[in-house]
Design a protein. Structure first.
Length: 77
């Protein structure tokens, strides 16, 4: 497999995105971070609860994960 096929490029896409485009996209995405933080934190907590309830994580590991996520969620933003 050619390197460009591995990266999903081909045809008109012969290389990566221009640095300016990457920088602009990063800046735009970062600007939305504060608005998205609470929702993403709640999604992380819900996912962790599902993992624990499903039996894939238990005991001290489950407690540590949930404690850490709750600590992060409590950070004002």
């Amino acid at each position: 497999m050619a390197e460009t096929e591995e990266l999903g490029r081909g045809g008109r896409l012969r290389g990566g995105a221009a640095g300016e485009l990457v920088a602009a996209a990063y800046a735009a995405e970062s600007a939305h971070g504060p608005r998205l933080a609470r929702g993403l934190s709640l999604a992380d907590l819900a996912h962790a609860v599902a993992i624990v309830e499903g039996g894939d994580l238990a005991g001290a590991d489950a407690a540590s994960l949930l404690r850490g996520l709750l600590e992060l969620h409590a950070i004002p933003g």
